[in-house]
Design a protein around this ligand. Sequence first.
Ligand code: GTP
Ligand code: MG
Length: 149
Amino acid sequence: VDQTYIMVKPDGVQRGLVGEIISRFEKKGFKLTGLKLFQCSKELAEEHYKDLKGKSFFPKLIDYITSGPVVCMAWEGVGIVASARKLIGATDPLQAEPGTIRGDLAVQTGRNVVHGSDSPENGKREIALWFNEAELCQWNPAQASWLRE
Ligand code: GTP
Ligand code: MG
């Protein structure tokens, strides 16, 4: 089963969108396995976005992600990585389709309210980066047999 790291960015927390964003994944039928409010260090933000090191916006991105608390989430489900990216929508919220999180709730790339892993490998990597093993729960949601035949 695939895992993805979803994070409500500081603007999403400040704007009171935490419940709304969690709700989108919860209603879809994915399984939450980790959840915390967290103020991250510059080092952690840089490690998380290491593939973007060297981009002109990188320093601004690190300032943004460390500017306030974020909500860290681990989610699990068949095909979840690509599906979560669809639920989140395009990086630029003005290009994101209505109905997606960014399409409905944001207007600018530098304030796009939520992160989602871009591959199953990065899903695993990012969950391990943001969570300790003890913070993750393996459990069997009661609705499982109503979600999949
Ligand atoms: P994440 O889910 O946050 O990883 O977004 P993404 O996968 O849709 O985009 P990408 O990984 O390419 O970029 C990571 C984040 O960097 C984006 O979500 C933006 O917050 C920020 N970012 C990307 N491109 C730009 C840019 O051109 N300008 C600014 N200010 N920020 C950018
Ligand atoms: Mg990305």
